[in-house]
Design a protein around this ligand. Structure first.
Ligand code: AMP
Ligand code: MG
Length: 335
């Protein structure tokens, strides 16, 4: 574990320049970072995460101009969005240049690029002198890490170091927007909301896989969306309904092994073991706390079946809903 001070950042940069892998803080979640322009480093990232190699990596840069050599063109909507939301939790998918190895782009002709707002990430990228491929630093399928401790739990012995920059502010991964086609298309909701995108570029299509299960055999626009993700060991079922109905329902299911993933204000009224993930009217708090709550469920051996309170899928809540419905394997009960 490295402190996120000058010395720690210098050490992390040396490791990355030598082809190693370092866990890094960003404002969204912790990333597993290596030189994005070296295909063999990207292969090591896939191996460390146990990630299928057709699930592309996001390339992180430290200044907007650094996006240009990575892409064939940086069209007008990309320029406007960069001006509005970079640095920040927005990833743009654009046609890639020859500079980006096929390993990094998961075999696709496009590349996902982001300029993170976290000062440690920014200083590290500058110190490395190359863009960093940095997928979320979890083992494939597990909730993304929002603290250095989460990352150590998943990656101990698999990577060279972790820079500890404290807990992440946003708590869910970046918004992913495809700009390589006619109309901008939202592939993954995140901290930059649909409304924020629409304000800058007008109409944005929401890919059906954001809110619904992909039909069997359907092609995923964002390869990451076809894989099981975020699931704790316990079975999770998402429960839609009012606060009262949720409490009544969960209390009626009281039995050994049953637990709840609820809003803060539900907790004292529930008669089963529960883990809260923020207040019902605070989507930003839900986003910040969700992955830690999912990991805590894994530590609570007594809980094998989790009834999760459904968040309001508006604003940042769309990102929370998108992650939770995947954690639940799309199993939903409407009260
Ligand atoms: P992670 O790095 O774990 O935050 O996941 C990155 C997400 O971005 C995954 O869901 C990928 O499928 C998606 N992604 C990365 N590159 C591309 C791309 N070129 N086209 C579409 N989706 C991408
Ligand atoms: Mg991930």
């Amino acid at each position: 574990m490295l402190q996120a001070d000058d010395k720690g950042i210098r050490r992390a940069a040396e490791i990355i320049q030598q082809g190693g892998l370092v866990g890094i803080p960003t404002e969204t979640v912790y990333g597993l970072a290596g030189n994005a322009l070296n295909g063999s480093v990207s292969r090591k990232i896939f191996a460390a995460k146990g990630r299928p190699s057709d699930n592309p990596l996001i390339v992180h840069i430290a200044a907007e101009e650094e996006a240009r050599p990575l892409v064939k063109e940086f069209p007008e909507p990309a320029r406007k969005l960069a001006a509005a939301y970079w640095p920040g939790p927005l990833t743009m998918v654009l046609p890639k240049s020859e500079l980006v190895p096929m390993e990094t782009s998961g075999g696709l002709s496009t590349v996902a690029v982001r300029l993170p707002a976290h000062p440690v990430a920014n200083r590290l990228i500058r110190a490395c002198g190359c863009p960093l491929a940095a997928p979320s630093g979890n083992l494939s399928g597990r909730p993304s890490p929002t603290t250095a401790r989460h990352m150590l739990h998943d990656m101990d012995g698999r990577i060279d170091a972790i820079l500890d920059g404290g807990p992440c502010g946003v708590g869910v991964e970046s918004t992913v927007l495809a700009l390589a086609e006619q109309k901008p298309r939202l592939l993954r909701p995140g901290g930059v909301t649909l409304e924020m995108l629409q304000r800058v570029v007008g109409a944005v299509t929401v890919d059906p896989a954001v809110l619904h299960k992909l039909a069997d055999g359907a092609q995923a626009a964002s390869p990451g969306m076809k894989y099981k993700h975020y699931a704790p060991k316990a079975k999770v079922i998402l429960v839609k309904g009012t606060a009262e109905r949720y409490r009544e329902f969960v209390n009626s299911k009281k039995a050994p092994g049953v637990g709840a993933l609820c809003f803060d204000e539900d907790q004292h009224l529930l008669k089963v073991p529960s883990v809260p993930y923020g207040s019902g009217n605070d989507s930003a708090a839900q986003a910040r706390e969700l992955f830690d709550a999912l990991r805590e469920l894994d530590e609570r051996q007594e809980i094998q079946l989790v009834y999760a309170r459904c968040p309001e899928p508006e604003g940042v809540g769309m990102a929370v809903y998108n992650r939770l419905i995947r954690a639940a394997g799309f199993e939903v009960i409407t009260l």
